[in-house]
Design a binder for this molecule. Structure first.
Ligand code: BGC
Length: 757
């Protein structure tokens, strides 16, 4: 299809019309030119295809579909191949349902535990987020169906999400909030990118040329179309100029007319409208030419896949006395309404109409289970009778499993949480059950961290996150040892909300949300601060044991143009088969900028039989060592020694090795009379040129004895001290501290020499 030729045959009105939806979910058809309408659908973890009445908040019913685990859960898998398989399955169902694009993945950073939409986001870490999002996109798009990576960018709160400005400094944006998008775009070319509702540093994402064109297209090479989040358009004409191609849903023609008027009055170049139309059409036809509506959609098989994925996402947070796995013959009490009606997905646009759900109670039908409701989700309470029944059930059983978590209303798209607590009734229930039975396990269903005031009283905690419609099946498989848990926390669980680095500023004042903690998000903050946490980033236990050994680097020293290979052996030293997650972190030993102690730069998941060992290799390139330098507006490695660590979590580092990395980039410099001696002396190239001025200053600060100073006084002011004092002295000090009449010329000459080196 010659898209340019096609666009050249369109009228201005047709082109402008194409730049907004026909309705909630369709792009516009232009029948006279054979342009078909295409349908898009939420996303991200299954289809929410609304056939009849559209809305974007999940109010009206959608077709029966399969709900896979939400990103909060899948992130815990630390498993790229798992995300790819899930993407393939969703891609197949899109083909079956004639959907051109599934609206996801959602890759906003979990800045605070409070964000209502955290359940839909992956992690507090940009590397983990980017890797898993890319793997998911790879899977979906392998089926010739598009994705829409969202919400671009810095949309880490729901509070005032359609008007608030996320004010984020350049380095923080580049290091924390943009890399997941960058990785996905560079590696996988998502067919579309969805811009967010919020403003970024004062400018709506939907009309931000820096974001949508300079960064996304010019720097990263994005080729698809940019679609607005539903209703994210404020000034449509500014949006077209900035690089927003498709407005969704539709503006009833109002904005299309504005585009036409702007072109006619000379305020908008028609070439920009052509550009948007071309981008939209290239995706429309990419789908249309590859549509395979006869692709089967085997929901039963996908239900089982959803269970398999969910099991590999569960994080065993605590397992005292190896209480888990439970014996299949044991009498076990399942307590809590979530055992019967699990919470497995979040509210809002990602809400799926499941064709089936399997609860833990159902999945454990053949086992020796007694059930007590414990609390009622709808009433958010637990009566004395419910608690008494739960205690009695716990007493009569070998072990008690309390199914706890956040009710739907606690976390959802559209608003944020106000605290990090579980419902009080659930906390009370857990305490009562733990008192009645020392073998108490808590299973958690939540999209984001919760406080655990009872943590010292229960023996085991299994974090299931929001595990999709087959979560019950997965939970029972893990509880009873059919699967050894292998998930790791993709975020830190702080002890309490106020420990979180964004706590003082989260949500912002009015429409200004300043991201003042900068790059110190999640473990980047807790580790630098040496703060106690409930569970650290990367933490997750197994039913077997893994040891890491023999870490070796391919070189002791490299330049920032070379890559480094780190190799480590992982051995299953326990008695069961299981999957190990090997995490690799990098830290700069000495840096002139504030940097986290360590940052995740690699991870691999490996399956090992008991006694089996495997080698795992990681390749580290410049980005693994670099920070974003705001002087050159680019990634930069500061020459020096870096530590490469292999760990079980950010707080459980098993091995480390050192490498020297030298920069091949000289930072631009310009010295002025206000530059200080210390900075110039740190610049190896400049020492020689500085010498005449330095000698003069030394003489002024530590005069020779023949000038009247005694030997004793000279010793008292050693050369070392003089230099230390001069370190923070500006060069112009020579004028203030006794330089002779030639001092101004000397200063001028030296600056000239320094700046022409
Ligand atoms: C959400 C998007 C979603 C869109 C369409 C918006 O409210 O922010 O994530 O894809 O609606 O339902």
């Amino acid at each position: 299809m010659d898209i340019k030729a096609l666009v050249s045959r369109m009228t201005l009105e047709e082109k402008a019309g194409l730049c907004s939806g026909a309705d909630f979910w369709h792009t516009k058809a232009v029948e006279r030119l054979g342009i078909p309408a295409t349908m898009v659908s939420d996303g991200p973890h299954g289809l929410r295809k609304q056939d009849v009445e559209g809305d974007h908040l999940g109010i009206n019913d959608s077709i029966k579909a399969v709900c896979f685990p939400a990103a909060s859960a899948t992130a815990a898998s630390f498993d790229r191949s798992l995300l790819t398989r899930m993407g393939e399955a969703i891609g197949d169902s899109c083909q079956h349902e004639k959907l051109s694009v599934v609206l996801g993945p959602a890759v906003n950073i979990k800045r605070s535990p409070l964000c209502g939409r955290n359940f839909e986001y992956f992690s507090e870490d940009p590397y983990l987020t980017g890797q898993l999002a890319a793997a998911f996109i790879h899977g979906v798009q392998s089926r010739n169906v598009g994705t829409s990576i969202k919400h671009f960018a810095a949309n880490s709160q729901e509070h005032r999400r359609m008007s608030s400005s996320s004010d984020v400094d350049e380095r923080t944006l580049r290091e924390i909030y943009l890399p997941a998008f960058e990785t996905a775009v560079k590696q996988e070319q998502p067919w579309t990118v969805m811009c967010s509702y919020n403003r970024l540093n004062g400018v709506y994402a939907s009309e931000n040329p820096w974001l949508l064109t300079e960064v996304l297209r010019d720097e990263w090479g994005f080729e698809g179309y940019v679609v607005s989040d539903w209703g994210a358009v404020s000034d449509r004409v500014a949006g077209v100029a900035a690089g927003l191609d498709l407005e969704m849903p539709a503006s009833g023609g109002v904005n299309d007319r504005k585009i036409v008027e702007a072109v006619r009055s000379g305020r908008l170049d028609e070439a920009l409208v052509d550009r948007a139309a071309e981008r939209i059409l290239s995706i429309v036809f990419r789908y249309a030419e590859n549509a395979k509506p006869d692709t089967p959609w085997d929901k039963e098989a996908q239900h089982l896949l959803a269970a398999e994925i969910a099991a590999d996402c569960m994080v065993l947070l605590k397992n005292e006395d190896k209480l888990l796995p439970l014996g299949r013959e044991d009498k076990v009490a399942f307590i809590g309404e979530f055992a019967e009606k699990p919470r497995f997905q979040g509210g809002g646009s990602s809400h799926i109409n499941c064709f089936r759900t399997t609860s833990a109670l159902e999945a454990a039908e053949a086992l020796n289970i007694v059930y007590a409701q414990g609390y009622s989700v709808a009433g958010d309470n637990a009566s004395e009778a419910q608690i008494a029944e739960a205690v009695a059930a716990a007493r009569a059983a070998k072990a008690a499993v309390v199914f706890a978590g956040l009710p739907d209303v606690y976390e959802s798209e559209g608003y944020d949480r106000t605290h990090m607590r579980l419902p009080d009734c659930q906390n009370r229930l857990i305490e009562a059950v733990a008192e009645a039975n020392p073998n108490t396990v808590v299973v958690l269903h939540n999209g984001s961290p919760v406080e655990m005031p009872w943590i010292g009283k229960v023996k085991a905690v299994l974090e299931a996150y929001l595990g999709g419609q087959a979560v019950g099946l997965a939970t029972v498989r893990v509880l009873f040892g059919e699967v050894s848990p292998s998930g790791c926390l993709p975020e830190t669980f702080p002890l309490k909300l106020s420990d979180n680095p964004s706590y003082l500023f989260y949500g912002g004042e009015g429409d200004t949300a300043e991201y003042r903690e900068g790059v110190f998000v999640g473990y980047r903050y807790y580790d630098r601060k040496e703060a106690n946490v409930l569970f650290p980033f990367g933490h997750g236990l197994s039913y077997t044991d893994f040891t890491f050994s023999g870490l070796r680097l391919s070189a002791d020293s490299i330049t920032d143009q070379e890559s480094l290979t780190a190799t480590v052996t992982v051995t299953n030293t326990g008695e069961r088969a299981g999957k190990a997650v090997v995490q690799l972190y990098v830290g700069d030993d000495e840096s002139t900028v504030f940097r986290p102690v360590r940052e995740l730069k690699g991870f691999e998941k490996v399956f090992l039989q008991p006694g089996e060992a495997k080698e795992v290799s990681f390749t580290l390139d410049k980005r693994a060592f670099a920070y974003w330098n705001t002087q050159i507006h680019d990634w930069h490695v500061e020459s020096g020694v870096f530590t490469v660590e292999i760990g079980h979590s950010s707080r459980d580092i098993a091995l480390c090795a050192k490498v020297h990395v030298s920069s091949t980039v000289e930072l631009p410099r310009h010295y002025t009379p206000d530059s200080i001696f210390g900075d110039i002396l740190a610049d190896a190239r400049a020492t020689e040129a500085l010498k005449p001025l330095l000698d003069t200053m030394r003489a002024l600060f530590a005069p020779a004895p023949e000038d009247g100073t005694t030997e004793a006084a000279k010793e008292a002011i050693s050369d070392e001290m003089t230099l230390a004092m001069l370190k923070y002295m500006p060069l112009r000090g020579i004028l203030s501290f006794g330089g002779d009449e030639n001092a101004p010329q000397l200063l001028e000459q030296i600056l000239k020499d320094l700046n022409t080196l």
